[in-house]
Design a binder for this molecule. Structure first.
Ligand code: 6PG
Length: 246
């Protein structure tokens, strides 16, 4: 994938540690330059180790960090499936994080309602935005099927190019999700993918070295207009990549 940077690290732990340093560095640059650091958290399981590293490592500008979410399941905040719950347990529930700086998607609402409400939340966080909000950093994961955030193959939200947030029907799970849309993800100053594990090998190869349509591999639709795109992956996920992949 042209315009992206790939870093292959030895292990999942190495990815988490490197990503934590990455977030730390971007956070201080943004906080010092613009007074705040806007961060969109990823869900799933991969980022849990990163979030723990962030709390244990060098201090971030916690009082100037705005925590948002790239997507959420259509569940309440205490549901085991909730991304907000995972992040709360690993990061945003820490005593040094001001709860008013954490903006979760209210997955307990009907998906379309949750999406519309979250878009309004983002509009208050990014006042005066003429087009789409530019997060300082968006964290993303990669599903084995090539999905990212809750942009799943052939799902309706792939075609949403006006709204900032969309409810999305995910046929394979027979459930709704709520997700930031491509225009918002691609307006970010920086997007950082965290991809670990052998089960991600096929999808990673499709994203970085394939040419499948975005509808088949939605993560291929992540191409920040002017922002940086980096993949932090472990050797297990990178095993299937062609030569010259680190
Ligand atoms: C979610 C995520 C999703 C995730 C991938 C990878 O809500 O699940 O936003 O896009 O990043 O499915 O998930 P794992 O990290 O659990 O492999």
């Amino acid at each position: 994938m042209s315009g992206s940077t790939l870093r292959v690290l030895e292990s999942q732990d190495a990815v988490a540690r490197t990503a934590a340093q990455w977030v730390h560095d971007r956070a201080w640059v943004a906080a010092n330059a613009r007074g705040r650091f806007t961060l969109a958290l990823s869900g799933g399981t991969t980022p849990r180790a990163l979030y723990r590293e962030m709390t244990a490592g060098p201090r971030l500008p916690w009082d100037r960090t705005v925590f948002c979410f790239g997507d959420e399941r259509n569940v309440g905040p205490d549901d085991p499936e909730s991304n907000a719950r995972m992040a709360r347990e690993a990061l945003t529930g820490q005593p040094f994080v001001n709860p008013s700086s954490v903006h979760r998607i209210r997955g307990e609402l009907p998906a379309a309602e949750a999406a519309a409400e979250y878009e309004q939340t983002l509009r208050t966080l990014f006042p005066g935005t003429a087009s789409f909000p530019a997060f300082d950093l968006v964290l993303l994961g990669l599903g084995p099927d090539g999905h990212t955030a809750s942009l799943f193959p052939h799902s309706p939200a792939l075609n949403e190019h006006a709204r900032w947030v969309a409810g999305n029907w995910v046929e394979k799970f027979r459930t709704h999700r709520i997700t930031l849309t491509y225009p918002v993800l691609n307006a970010a100053s920086e997007v950082l993918f965290l991809v670990t594990g052998e089960d991600k090998g096929w999808a990673l190869r499709q994203v970085l070295q394939g040419n499948a349509p975005v509808g088949d591999i939605p993560a291929r639709g992540i191409a920040p207009a002017s922002g940086r795109l980096t993949f932090l992956v472990d050797r297990a996920a990178a095993a299937g990549l062609g030569s010259g992949s680190g």
